[in-house]
Design a protein. Structure first.
Length: 710
């Protein structure tokens, strides 16, 4: 984190790197995930050579106050700090991101993992308000731009795409043509331009095509970096609930690769009809279940109990004051009383019934309060608006009245209109209270049931992704063993042998095709022929990631290059089989130890070396490198290609226990150059461990390498 802060204040692409940029960002909002993170960052900022000049406001709650109280407290702290200090940084964990305006904020730093487009944009717009500043030198300047800084480009541009396109029914949820989506993005770019780093390292304004394409590139890089164990590779997971039993059976054969080791496996629940979701995976709670559950929890007298609790405050509106402040106070009191009644009568019992955590209960209470407040405040606003219109018309009539009788009539008309306005207001308030009493029990039960169902659905979807990651983690091995520039998701099964595919993944190629392409199946209940659409893999991301891996394989192919800080096996995760690769540092130490025990062994062109149980071929390549770089070997074989051909034909031997490991080893050991041709080698497919257990290894070696025994 210290390095990140240093980059923020020194790297010329970062927002606080120069005095000129800092002048444009005197007051900023930084959003984090956790209160503990905010507190830790506050301490680091105070000790930073640049950010120590900023007053840090910690606007992160401690759980002792309600969310509304926390927001008010944080708002007051920020406003007070901005008045007292010329430069401030506000650290927030969700506070002040909705419904709050602090005009002095010029920028928002996204240091959290927010993924909701609406929540992201709500937070981003906190800085988009006009304001005039007076800097430390007394100079006045106007805020002309507001900035959002995000350090996760894939997340940023994906959210930007979703925000621009989810507002249109033609492009919502990823639908629409590429041209349609680009058009919507271009429209948003007019109001919300995006600046990012181009391939040359310069900060440039992005166009619609880049907004669409850059996330693809970043997603594929992330997939490769994570060894293809990424949810970016999967699509249409919500459709899994309409899938046949066959899909569940296939998924069960895939060893899950869990993102969280403690997470339970919920695959058994996939075909459980008790989870109320439709074929699209959307939660759909039947009305009869909601009504029945509400009756079971609250009983039939809940409506009478709530009505009695709100009777007095509702009756107080029979005499409506005309002073605006008094009306506002009465409505505020009504909101407070209604929320208290709903909380005591409904939310608290429900929280116990559904085992809702305290944080979730607070959020539900806040949502209920907001809904009640909006409803009742609208009544108040309508009443006051009608009152002002009536007063304006009364005053106009009085001014224009030519006689006292007309003035008196104007007053009578006003009183009549106000009586009608008050009756409408009073009647509306009682209707609102009645609606709240009638609807809140079932509304809250529906909310609880939806939350419970969504949690169950999400757990199943997470489990499905765990199992699919168990499949996708095998892809780098296949690419290393069989891959070329033409391999894609669509033809992966054409490249691999059936037995190898099943050995490595746990499923057959036919079963993989059913997940990828779908197919017909017989419904066991109706005995009807039905069709499963498949498409559980995102073909675009999959193919982009395959290309990215193949490029990385070429980039790291030359293991003679000592400047390389990594190797391709950094990108191939361990498999469920015995395919676990020894790290390069360990391999080097093993060869170092070999040389210590056998001084000069790499200077002798008659010495032979063998790895009888290869996993990657890295041990053999390290031996080859030592032999190749030996001064004595260079004297004996000055020509590089002849030296290498001698080494491979006469000095190194290797056995690979399985077909896929054999192909991986061949690809790695012999794929170091596109120009040097190795004519003969002794890399063979042979399970030495199985042979050794049977006492047959020595005989098999004589068969495989007869020339080595001579």
């Amino acid at each position: 984190m210290k390095k990140f802060l240093h980059a923020l204040s020194t790297n010329d692409k970062y927002p606080f790197s120069t005095e000129e940029l800092r002048k444009k960002l005197p007051h900023t909002l930084w959003l984090l995930n956790y209160v503990s993170s905010a507190k830790a960052l506050a301490s680091l900022l105070k000790d930073d050579p640049v950010f120590k000049d900023y007053h840090v406001v910690l606007a992160a709650g401690d759980g002792k106050l309600s969310e509304d109280e926390e927001t008010v407290k944080a708002y007051d702290k920020v406003k007070r700090a901005i008045q007292e200090y010329p430069k401030t940084i506000t650290l927030s964990v969700g506070q002040l991101t909705v419904g709050v305006t602090i005009p002095q904020w010029c920028g928002v730093l996204m240091l959290c993992n927010m993924k909701s487009p609406s929540a992201y944009m709500q937070a981003a717009f906190r800085a988009q308000n006009p304001h005039d500043f007076i800097d430390e030198k007394g100079e006045r300047f106007r805020k002309e731009r507001a900035y959002v800084f995000d350090f996760d480009p894939a997340r940023t541009l994906t959210i930007y795409d979703e925000f621009a396109n989810d507002l249109s029914k033609d492009t919502v949820d990823g639908h629409g043509t590429k041209e349609d989506r680009a058009k919507n993005i271009r429209r948003l770019l007019n109001f919300f331009p995006v600046i990012g780093e181009d391939s040359e390292g310069s900060m440039v304004e992005l166009n619609a095509a880049q907004v669409l394409s850059i996330p693809r590139k970043l997603k594929s890089e992330e997939v490769v970096r994570r060894g293809f164990m990424s949810n970016f590779l999967f699509a249409n997971i919500s459709h899994i609930f309409a899938a046949p039993q066959k899909v569940k059976d296939i998924l069960e054969k895939l060893t899950p690769a869990k993102e969280e080791t403690h997470r339970e496996d919920h695959l058994e629940d996939l075909t459980d009809d008790s989870i109320p979701v439709d074929e699209e995976g959307q939660v759909d709670i039947p009305d009869e279940k909601v009504i029945g559950t509400a009756h079971d929890i609250f009983g039939p007298k809940i409506y009478d109990t709530m009505s009695e609790g709100l009777q007095d405050v509702g009756d107080s509106f029979k005499e409506t004051p005309r002073d605006e402040a008094e009306v506002a106070d009465k409505v505020d009191h009504l909101v407070h009383t209604t929320v208290e009644t709903v909380t005591a009568s409904l939310i608290t019992p429900l929280a116990g019934q559904y085992n809702i955590p305290k944080s979730k209960t607070k959020q539900i209470t806040k949502d209920v309060k907001n809904k009640i407040e909006v409803t009742l405040q609208k009544r108040k606003d309508d009443f006051l608006q009608n009152k002002r219109i009536a007063e304006a018309e009364r005053d106009k009539k009085i001014r224009e009245a030519e006689t006292s009788e007309k003035q008196e009539q104007a007053l009578k008309d006003f009183e009549a209109r106000m009586k009608e306005n008050e009756d409408t207001f009073n009647r509306g308030i009682h209707e609102d209270i009645r609606d709240i009493v009638q609807n809140q029990p079932t509304d809250l039960v529906r909310k609880m049931e939806e939350t419970k169902a969504e949690e169950a659905r999400d757990s199943i979807e997470d489990t499905v992704r765990d199992h699919l990651r168990g499949f996708s983690r095998t892809i780098p091995s296949f690419l290393m063993a069989y891959g070329d520039d033409k391999l894609t998701l669509a033809n992966l099964d054409d490249y691999t042998e059936d037995d190898v595919f099943k050995e490595v993944t746990g499923i057959t190629e036919d079963e993989f095709r059913f997940l990828r392409d779908g197919g017909d199946y017989d419904d066991p209940k109706t005995h009807e022929k039905k069709h499963f659409d498949g498409h559980l893999f995102d073909e675009v991301v999959f193919d982009d990631s395959i290309k990215q891996f193949m490029d990385k394989r070429k980039e790291l192919a030359n293991y003679f290059d000592e400047n390389q800080s990594e190797d391709i096996f950094n990108y191939i995760p361990p498999q469920k089989t015995n395919q676990i690769f020894t790290p390069r540092r360990v391999v080097k130490k093993m060869v170092d130890d070999l040389e210590k025990e056998n001084p000069g062994c790499f200077d002798d062109d008659t010495k032979t070396f063998a790895d009888l149980y290869m996993k990657s071929g890295m041990y053999i390549t390290e031996i080859v490198k030592r032999l190749y770089n030996s001064p004595r070997m260079k004297e004996l074989y000055p020509d590089k290609e002849k030296r290498l051909n001698h080494i491979f034909a006469k000095q190194v031997y290797g056995l690979a226990p399985t077909k896929i490991i054999y192909r991986i080893c061949l690809s790695y050991i012999l794929g170091f150059s596109g120009t040097i041709h190795i004519k003969e080698h002794h890399i063979r497919l042979c399970d030495s461990l199985a042979l050794a257990e049977k006492g047959m290894l020595e005989a098999e070696l004589d068969k495989l390498f007869p020339e080595a025994g001579k």
